[in-house]
Design a protein around this ligand. Sequence first.
Ligand code: TYD
Ligand code: MG
Length: 453
Amino acid sequence: MPKTKTIYVCQSCGTQHPKWQGQCSACGEWNTLVEEIEVKSKNKIERSPSNALNRPQRISEIGAVGEERKVTPDKEMNRVLGGGLVEGAVMLLGGEPGIGKSTLLLQLALQARGMKILYISGEESAQQIKMRASRIPFENEQLFIVSETRLEAILAFYKNLQPELVIVDSIQTIFSETIESAPGSVSQVRECASQLIRLAKSEEVPLFLVGHITKEGMLAGPKVLEHMVDTVLTFEGDRHNSYRIVRTQKNRFGSTLEMGIYEMNNQGLREVSNPSEIFLSQGNELLSGVSIAATLEGLRPLLIETQALVATSAYGTPQRSATGFDLRRLNMLLAVLEKKCGFSLGNKDVFINMVGGIKVEDPAIDLSLIVSVISSLHDLAVDRTSVFAAEVGLSGEIRPVSRIEPRIAEAAKLGFKTMYISTQQEEGLTGKYPGIQLIGVQKLEEVFNRVFS
Ligand code: TYD
Ligand code: MG
């Protein structure tokens, strides 16, 4: 009989505590401690492959790995992976339930015609996956599906099949018989992930792990997983919107600035190669409270429509609400308008929305947002051929933004005629982009005078 001991493991950070407590003393999270049985014999599991030949090598002697990439048929996926699949790379795809993680990876597997792929589902039966696959208009004879949750069985399937890519959907459903605690607990997830990662590394096979994200935006259970894998991708989007974005949170083989955009339709996910089109609402009529910002999502310029609604507040405390934008930043910008430009917004409700359900963190959106607010406040429409790209400082000054040139090029390509940027950035660029007039501005008043004249 192996000796067992009860321990309490924080489901957020994985720290073990001898006694239950309300707050994890390591990560500060509340109510994350869960009772688990620690089996002493577990320690007998080999922690790392013993390699008698292992020795320190000169850096010049080490053969380059990760250079060779298998380019997948999915361009957006290649982009977020930094060019394609790397041998032995482990990629964690996180996202809320129902966002489309299974669809994304199944579609990738179906598209990669001729590539031998093992797709392990711990959540759906093979028939359910078949049903989903029949909606996706691709076929891959070499795609093998199995519904399995036992780690030991999965490792055996790999040995028999020798696939070129393994997909495990999801890591939280997989459990090892050598560990006492329940599937989905930190110990199980950590141990199963580390064994799968070891498999990927020793067999040099790329491996996708699907991970669920809890409401708080954390990978359910162990945050530890993020440290163990090579690449962390998150799949996000608004449930009521068909657009989905894959972002790279961490990537040992490429940039973390990348993102891929898809549209969910009844045939799976469609790659969106020209994202600006979807974040600009259609129609040419002039509406107040709307303007266009040239933002940058990762390395890609993206033109996004910002919408504002300013209305007299019916009740005492005015409401401020922002969808797709940081509420604190909105409050800051409103304070600048009030204090530096003399607009009275103290008794107004202000609502902000980014078209297309995207979340924007780029400060270059500030100017467009302010213009939309003033446009709504005074009910004056903004010319639809104008676009804005500047940060706004605390004293109402217009500040430069990163990588202005791709933004200008994108706006010019989409047929915009005027672009408002900071004066500092205008220098040297005038005339470089024919077809679009650059207007350098220093203060918010200058913008208002020109836009609403
Ligand atoms: P799913 O991949 O199951 O999400 P996850 O694995 O992240 O939990 O996606 C489920 C949603 O995708 C479901 O609401 C239906 C939708 N969907 C489509 O709209 N079109 C399709 O072709 C497919 C396969 C799914
Ligand atoms: Mg799923």
